[in-house]
Design a protein around this ligand. Structure first.
Ligand code: NDP
Length: 248
């Protein structure tokens, strides 16, 4: 499947929200979705980064994006509901959500895990995406085929020493994805996970500071799977956790 070649108009007329759209994999996904015709809603913490992505999409002739500055750590249910209302009034529907934003929270031996960091990781990586999904369901249901994509990790399938809260948040993300996929299986909405695999970003550099990042895949190398799951070629795919860098 990693030979998937998306047609140039794969995402035309689709409205797709990307969290963590200002940097790393999320930035590349936002630029790529726009290049394939989508109107992208850029959600993230740092407004200047979102503005830079907005400008790049417009300069390259993509359809004008929307920007939602939002910190998943502090956002309330009301913030998500207000956001859903403004998406509904501006676009009338939502075709896809890419839950990409995430934090590592730092690696630490179990006995040194601090509760505030544990809580932050679960809030940003799990509870925020859950509340966001809940608020956006009505507007997703207005699309012909809604696609929800969560972002997992290798440590969301096999625990690893020192990855504490981050690993637990990714296991829970896989569980949330499976639960929603089953619950929505009779609906027009499909729900899946992507495990990006080792990718050249700030987060990866933080987790593996001694590694030669030039040997890693770039976010652009993964985009075939992001396109596949957002486009209508994957309508039959539901409840799966797929690798963006599958083993040969
Ligand atoms: P980066 O750290 O490069 O980017 C993370 C993005 O998430 C940034 O845009 C950041 O915004 C945003 N973000 C962080 N915290 C918040 C918050 N509280 N509210 C809103 N947005 C926030 O990470 P990657 O691109 O590497 O990771 C993307 C996803 O892929 C994550 O879910 C990660 O767990 C997963 N992943 C990555 C792997 C890798 O090797 N890179 C491997 C496996 C999984 P800002 O810049 O403004 O802080």
């Amino acid at each position: 499947m990693n030979t998937y070649k998306a047609p140039a108009s794969l995402l035309s007329n689709k409205v797709i929200l990307v969290t963590g759209a200002g940097d790393g994999i999320g930035k590349e996904a936002a630029l790529t979705f726009a290049r394939y015709g989508a109107t992208v809603i850029l959600l993230g913490k740092t407004t200047s980064k979102l503005t830079a992505v907005y400008d790049e999409i417009c300069t390259k002739g993509g359809s004008e994006p929307a920007i939602i500055p939002l910190d998943l750590k502090g956002a309330s249910q009301k913030n998500y509901q207000d956001m859903a209302a403004s998406i509904e009034s501006e676009f009338g529907r939502l075709d896809g959500i890419l839950h990409n934003a995430g934090i590592l929270g730092g690696l630490a031996p179990f006995e040194h895990i601090k509760q505030d960091i544990w809580n932050d990781i679960l809030q940003v990586n799990l509870t925020g995406p859950m509340l966001l999904t809940q608020a956006l369901l009505p507007v997703l249901r207005k699309a012909d085929h809604g696609s929800i994509v969560f972002t997992s990790s290798g440590v969301g399938r096999q625990g690893k020493a020192y990855w504490g809260g981050y690993a637990v948040s990714k296991f829970a993300t896989e569980g949330l994805m499976q639960t929603l996929a089953d619950e929505f299986s009779e609906s027009s909405i499909r729900v899946n996970c992507i495990n990006p695999g080792a990718t050249r970003t700030t987060m990866r550099a933080r987790a593996y500071p001694a590694e030669n990042s030039q040997l890693l895949k770039t976010p652009a190398d993964l985009m075939w799977l992001y396109l596949y799951l957002m486009g209508d070629d994957s309508l039959e795919i539901n409840g799966q956790s797929l690798d963006a860098q599958p083993k040969p």
